[in-house]
Design a protein around this ligand. Structure first.
Ligand code: DC
Length: 226
């Protein structure tokens, strides 16, 4: 099977990360989590006392960061400048910060070339918000993953509870909805399905079934080239 470039976009907690990781592991592909990059930029900006709306400052920071992604024991580790930030970037406040810094055109431009170069060799699954529309417009397969807000909120709430973060389902739903709106309504590279994306609604699907469906699409695409 020829190695493909696979773009997966969609709103928060639609299952993108888990499914993209599963697909990459099954196929022996590289997985690139572009949301983790924006999250790392937001975290480092916070630590360095930069406002999340300081476009020049945050973009200069984003240009300097050295990202490294590594699979270890089936999970993805994200390191920046040699520091493992895998867990620190998953906090909900950092997710909101990522959404804020990602509105800034200079910050997006700072990460775009790196993301494109990671996708260039093929044999890659990349997930985010603008992968099929902007980062890899020539991807072999584009998937737009979605699920009802209520189901996505339940998933996010369960994930946060597992990590010991105390929140209510209503707060999680509100935060998720606010972030999706911000990501969809920004002027640069807003979240939307590419015209040639395959839409997959995971509201009623398990992660396993969703991953299988994506793998079926990959096989079809690799065989037919269609
Ligand atoms: O997928 P995630 O929750 O880790 O992404 C965090 C934020 O980063 C998301 O709310 C918007 C931004 N993002 C983006 O603008 N473009 C991407 N390709 C990936 C993420």
């Amino acid at each position: 099977m020829r190695p493909l470039t696979i773009a997966i976009d969609g709103p928060g907690s639609a299952g993108k990360g888990t499914i993209a990781r599963g697909v990459a592991m099954q196929l022996g592909y590289q997985y690139v989590d572009t949301g983790a990059m924006y999250r790392a930029v937001a975290l480092r900006a916070l630590r360095e006392g930069l406002s999340w709306s300081d476009e020049d400052g945050v973009a200069a920071l984003a240009r300097q960061l050295a990202f490294a992604f590594q699979f270890r024991d089936g999970s993805l580790r994200v390191s920046v400048d040699g520091e493992d930030l895998t867990h620190a970037i998953r906090e909900d406040t950092i997710g909101m910060g990522a959404s804020q810094v990602s509105k800034l055109p200079a910050v997006r431009a700072a990460l775009l070339e790196l993301q494109r170069s990671l996708g260039a060799a093929g044999g890659v699954v990349m997930d985010g918000r603008d992968i099929g529309t902007v980062v890899l417009p020539d991807a072999d397969l584009k998937i737009y993953l979605d699920a009802d807000l209520e189901v996505r909120a339940l998933r996010r709430h369960a994930e946060l509870s597992r990590r010991g973060e105390q929140t209510t389902l209503a707060d999680v739903r509100r935060a998720l909805d606010a972030r999706d709106r911000q990501d969809m309504e920004r002027s640069v590279a807003p979240l939307r399905a590419a015209d040639d994306a395959v839409r997959l609604d995971t509201t009623e699907l398990t992660i396993h079934r969703s991953t299988q469906k994506v793998l079926e699409l990959v096989r079809e695409r690799a065989e037919t080239g269609a």
